[in-house]
Design a protein around this ligand. Sequence first.
Ligand code: GLP
Length: 270
Amino acid sequence: MVNFRRVEVIIRPDADGAARLAARIIARQLRDNPHLVLGLATGRTMECVYGQLVQMHRKEGLDFSLCSTFNLDEYVGLAAEDPHSYRHYMNEQLFRQVNIDRRNTYLPNGRAPDLEIECRNYEATIARFGGIDLQLLGIGQAGHIGFNEPLSALRSRTRVKALAPLTLQQNAASFAGMDQVPRRAITMGVGTILECRRCLLLATGAEKAEIIAQAVEGPITSMISATALQLHARCTVVVDEGAASRLEGLEYYRRLFATEPEWEEFRNQD
Ligand code: GLP
């Protein structure tokens, strides 16, 4: 039987500390289970996490050789070699810097001839690996996880989504202007994400404070797909002081991290 817990919120003093803690949680899981099936995310927030994992690989011999990875999403129409593709991002930020077997790294193919079949196959491949053990997540300013834009069904599976105006605007910074941002992406569904054994959401910076408060403490709504994480058996939310600043339960969350025995090894490392 699944042991349903609560959303756990951990607050670190700054963005670096938050990324370091997220990387340590991943590293702990990977050491405990070298065959870990790891779900990955993209975005600026994740760059520090991958930087930390690369350091742990170099300095502590963190071993990726047996693990497999599944990314949340990919833009439709971009080739793997395109510097804006998430495949390219992953290769640069993590895969080429650690000892992972590239054949075990999966992202949806945004150039597949039949996108519907591609989405179905992606779900089937995840199932073939026995499901995702730990899914890393960022959060967009519209509250999406992956590219599950407002009104994504809370039981949705991997599919093609049209990107919302706010997402296009937010992601324009990494393209040469808003009209260059692909209009569609393949994304794991909210239902796919909810099936992962553990979720780890990382958000940093005051500009994420309002959406984090809504995601963690607000009512569950398909308008903000991250609120669905409240239904998850085990979701850990790691934030810095900036992103935590609108949370109401701050004092309680701080006390839990400071006193719960399971966090001891993480408390003592900073
Ligand atoms: C994109 C990704 C999301 C990510 C979000 C946040 O939209 N599809 O998975 O969470 O960006 O990105 P950033 O970390 O740059 O704020």
